[in-house]
Ligand binder design. Structure first.
Ligand SMILES: [Zn+2]
Length: 105
């Protein structure tokens, strides 16, 4: 299967805020939204596994990185959300929220 066909197959509009107990600003989205709309690559920025075939991928605004679900949940569990980082986090979150037609925070 060609890469373009993979993206077309996964072109599902599904971006939404991913709620979590630490309050991190995270956007859950389809791979097509991540690659075509947001310009991300097809590797998880933490484990470097290909995210092709994942149901959804996760933009972690505080780290300005795209992760698979497993890494996202690990990072939420192991990272603290520092108040000093919040303006940076909000700026990055809103940049992609606008692209994906999500409410800004
Ligand atoms: Zn990963």
């Amino acid at each position: 299967m060609k890469v373009v066909e993979v993206f077309i197959n996964y072109k599902i509009i599904m971006a939404k805020k991913y709620n979590n107990n630490k309050g991190f600003l995270i956007i859950e989205m389809s791979l097509a939204e991540a690659v075509i709309d947001c310009g991300f690559g097809i590797l998880c920025d933490n484990c470097n596994e290909r995210v092709v075939g994942e149901n959804s991928v996760y933009y972690f605004a505080a780290l300005n990185r795209l992760f698979c679900k497993e890494c996202t949940d690990d990072i939420i569990a192991n990272q603290e959300r520092y108040s000093d980082d919040i303006p940076y986090e909000v700026r990055h979150y809103n940049h992609y929220a606008k692209i994906l037609n999500l409410p800004v925070v």
